[in-house]
Design a binder for this molecule. Structure first.
Ligand code: HEC
Ligand code: HEC
Length: 320
């Protein structure tokens, strides 16, 4: 081996060495493949990385002639390889320990161990298929974020202006949470109660959380709320059957196909408040909010506050 340092020097590596290195690479590749069949825990990563370092070192030293170059270059190259290997190993080990879902299927035993399915002891009323994971996560989100205002059974609270949710279908809950998050609802400076709800929707960590919390709310139920409005229910009924029935149905159950929600079991004061918001353009004014703009147009048929109260009072009798 020469230690001199003349770069113009052409060095031919003996064929024997080239073939030897090639054979070594083949054997090591074979070992790598074999090692995937044995479970060594994080040892698998370390072994794979060690083999990768040896292989790339051999390539660099012999095929790239680093061995016959200045020694310092070889040292730098090999230690760089070692650092990369260490970095990748630790990153992969971390992934397996803290972030089991980062690489799909990478750490199935951790994903299985942290799935709340069996830990939660049955999850209430025999919920199936769609996912005890979703409902359990939804329960946690609801009891930490929503319960203060919407109540234990999502019955709503008059003193906080928060509506009942338990009677509502999940598609509508999700749609409204999305609107609060995007600012299609609750962002108008005059929407005081909407502004209270909006940050709560924004606090939900991800899109799936909206579905999970809606799914959990679907398991709740509460009695019909008290009637609070003194109004002309008969006049309200007449107007309802002339206008509102087309989308919300005779029974008030709503129609998913029209994106019109159920009105059954909602508090009369909340229905009146929302009708007023639609009328005033505080809700449903954004052209991107297509269902909202449709409802807003319908609220215009309620010429006076008195009519709003009447129709809200009638709506509150539906389903009783
Ligand atoms: C600070 C009190 C508060 C908290 C906490 C809160 N909300 Fe609300 N929520 C409200 C109020 C007030 C409204 C009515 C907004 C309006 O007047 O337009 C509302 C409205 C809603 C609506 C619309 C219902 C409808 O019939 O259109 C949904 C859905 C909703 N909340 C879900 C949730 C969920 C899910 C959580 C937990 C992540 C939550 N809320 C947390 C106060 C709250
Ligand atoms: C053209 C169909 C249509 C008609 C007619 C209609 N609505 Fe609606 N309504 C909707 C849709 C769609 C929504 C959902 C709006 C949204 O996504 O924000 C809605 C929402 C509502 C809400 C809000 C419910 C909640 O939980 O926040 C109330 C209250 C309501 N409608 C009452 C009425 C009344 C009362 C009438 C008759 C005066 C009426 N609607 C007529 C389609 C309609």
């Amino acid at each position: 081996m020469t230690t001199d340092s003349h770069s113009t020097h052409v060095h031919a590596v003996p064929l024997k060495i080239l073939i030897g290195v090639w054979a070594l690479l083949c054997v090591l590749t074979w070992v790598t493949v074999l090692a995937t069949k044995i479970d060594l825990g994080s040892g698998n990563i370390i072994l794979a990385m060690a083999i990768a370092v040896v292989k790339s070192t051999a390539v660099a030293l012999f095929f790239m002639h680093l061995l016959w170059d200045k020694r310092i270059n070889a040292y730098i190259f090999v230690s760089a390889l070692l650092f990369v290997a260490l970095f990748i190993s630790f990153a992969l080990m971390d992934t397996k320990a803290y972030h089991a879902d980062l690489i799909p299927g990478y750490a199935p035993e951790i994903t299985a161990a942290t799935a709340p399915g069996d830990a939660a002891g049955g999850g209430g009323a025999g919920q199936v298929a769609a996912g005890p994971v979703g409902i359990d996560r939804g329960r946690e989100l609801y009891t930490t974020t929503c319960v203060v205002c919407h109540g234990e059974n999502a019955e709503g609270k008059r003193e906080l202006n928060s509506p009942a949710l338990h009677q509502q279908e999940d598609w509508y809950l999700v749609a409204q949470l999305e609107k609060f998050r995007s600012g299609l609802r609750g962002a108008d400076p005059n929407d005081i109660t909407g502004a209270q709800m909006r940050p709560m929707a924004m606090a939900l960590p991800d899109e799936q959380a909206l579905h999970d919390v809606a799914e959990y709310i679907g398991t709740l139920s509460a009695p019909m709320p008290p009637l609070t409005l003194q109004a002309d229910v008969a006049a309200g009924k007449a107007h309802y059957n002339a206008v509102c029935v087309a989308c919300h149905g005779v029974d008030g159950a709503g129609m998913a196909a029209l994106q019109s929600p159920s009105l059954i079991g909602q508090s009369d004061w909340y229905v009146a408040a929302q009708l007023t918001k639609f009328k005033d353009g505080i809700r449903g004014a954004n052209p991107k909010d297509v269902p909202g703009t449709q409802m807003r147009a319908m609220s215009a048929t309620l010429a006076t506050d008195e009519m709003v109260q009447n129709v809200a009072a009638y709506v509150a009798t539906l389903g009783r």
